[in-house]
Design a protein around this ligand. Structure first.
Ligand SMILES: [Zn+2]
Length: 74
């Protein structure tokens, strides 16, 4: 999803709590947060169709392939 402020393609769904979030979600608005400039905004649900709302998963160091250890043949 594109950010309204910086136009980067790094705005993803952001969970919000509270009365304001409940009212906005009843109105069909989706909370989004830009991972580039940290701008938070609301978008109508129909404008989020077909858009990537989840950030790409990072590879944890434990899941990354271990580097091959090179040993000197003595
Ligand atoms: Zn942004």
């Amino acid at each position: 999803m594109k950010c309204r402020l910086c136009w980067s393609d790094k705005a993803y769904r952001h969970t919000q709590k509270g009365l304001k979030a409940m009212i906005y979600s009843c109105l069909g608005l989706v909370p989004l947060k830009c991972h580039h400039c940290y701008h938070k905004f609301w978008m109508p649900w129909f404008m989020t169709w077909g858009q990537a709302l989840e950030p790409p998963k990072l590879i944890e160091p434990s899941q990354a392939k271990p580097q091959q250890q090179r040993r000197c043949a003595v």
